[in-house]
Design a protein around this ligand. Sequence first.
Ligand code: ZN
Length: 159
Amino acid sequence: MIKNGKVVDLAYSLKSSKGEVLDQSSKEDPFTYLHGAQQIVPGLETALAGLNIGDKKQVTVTAAEGYGEVNSDLKLTVQRAQFPPNAQIEEGMQFETQTPDGQGIVFTIEKVEGDKVSIDGNHPLAGQNLHFDVEVLNIRDATQDELDHGHAHGPDGHH
Ligand code: ZN
């Protein structure tokens, strides 16, 4: 049964409210995570607790329990001159920067207009309800290494 300290293999598909497939994993190439380690969005982790091998479940996760609501403070317009002189600046490109307290934030370049660059530091799936279709393929005890690291390791050992 899925609970904290178990490593779980999942086949899943993730769809938007419009029905478009955003992400998926198959039985042949499952997604593996350590339950209770915040490796997956909180709403999905809660919904998977208690399931057994072979169980299938449809889970709708609200934005708040998924990648969070859209934070308008993270939508900014900056001057092109604030980027390094040789930086490539194109719509859709992403770059990582750090907040004053050292937290990494990935920004996506939304729009480039002359000297003005609109950037967005929200997760691409922020503000969206997420529709998961999951099947539990395997459950095992985490190794001590995995518990220490806070994530699952692959069949070949570390990472
Ligand atoms: Zn590790």
